[in-house]
Design a protein around this ligand. Sequence first.
Ligand SMILES: Nc1ncnc2c1ncn2[C@@H]1O[C@H](COP(=O)(O)OP(=O)(O)OP(=O)(O)O)[C@@H](O)[C@H]1O
Ligand SMILES: [Mg+2]
Length: 344
Amino acid sequence: MAIILEGVKKIYPGTTEPVMEDFNLTIKDGSFTVLLGPSGCGKTTALRMIAGLEEVTAGKIYIDGADVTTVDPGARNIAMVFQNYAIYPHMTVRGNIEFGLKNYKITKAKIQERVNGVLAQTGLTDLAGRMPAQLSGGQRQRVALARAMSKSPMAFLMDEPLSNLDAKLRSQMRSELIQLFDALGVTFIYVTHDQTEALTMATDIVVMYEGRIMQQGTPQEVYENPANIFVAQFIGDPGMNVLKLKNEAFVGFKPRALRLVRPANGDFEIAGQILTREFLGHEYMYTIDVGCGRIVLRTGQMIDAGTTHTFYADAADLCYFDKNQNRTFEPQQAKVVQVFHVDE
Ligand SMILES: Nc1ncnc2c1ncn2[C@@H]1O[C@H](COP(=O)(O)OP(=O)(O)OP(=O)(O)O)[C@@H](O)[C@H]1O
Ligand SMILES: [Mg+2]
């Protein structure tokens, strides 16, 4: 199911500032599209408008070419799974899944067939008779997914469905969701502010900030080729180091791109003092005071805090941004004047 938002504007009742304006987004049929961005950027709002749970103030929403802007949520053939998976505590796993189908005009036998199929697909067959209180967080989340799946929707909308799970379960559910996506072959739209979730699961990432789309692309594209400084600093662990130059342009490089030895194609150097060292298991993360601010280095090399070095970057690892903070492919040779962060 392909979904298009065209010139969408949203002002919540009782407020005057639009959450978004002239918002244009195309979600490809069969994609796993992740809406990624910091808190308050409008991810949930966008998702709820697609589901029909929130009205648009202006603009249009199309599903597979049809204008659904004023179509009821129930008639959009979309299932939504929320952060606080609303499953009924007084019903068994099977009961919860059946409940979603009770208004469907299909025979009892057909319902059972469908419920059994969904239970098997989500690995819940052996737990069908249990009550929600007897399940782990991950299993409950799977019940919510199973209930959404029972209606055979053409698209799944998920709003931070893993945020209540611990780190280990989250990573397990990520691979389960990827398998589910591969098996179902329908469109997934997934909202998160967690870039790991986005990079691991998405076929398409939409990076949002303050109601605007900063970049849309594959995980590789947004990671390797950020379109602007916001994306460069938002994606990565941590994001790119970005330095403001005397000519108002910017140069950026990833924390792993800094070297202690001048590379053959060395195009950038900066002196600095190691402030802190953090051991990450397979490598170290350092903060470096470069005079006009702090940058971050990740390397397997052991360096002592307090020591001063010249750090280098290879020309191929440099990203340039113009004075409007958009990517430019014109190399900039001006002097560094400031370490730059988007929120400054
Ligand atoms: N019902 C509402 N009435 C008024 N303003 C709202 C309402 N819901 C959301 N907003 C505002 O709209 C903006 C976008 O909110 P939204 O919930 O879409 O953000 P989000 O990207 O999902 O954030 P988070 O990651 O925190 O869930 C925020 O500034 C928020 O305060
Ligand atoms: Mg939200």
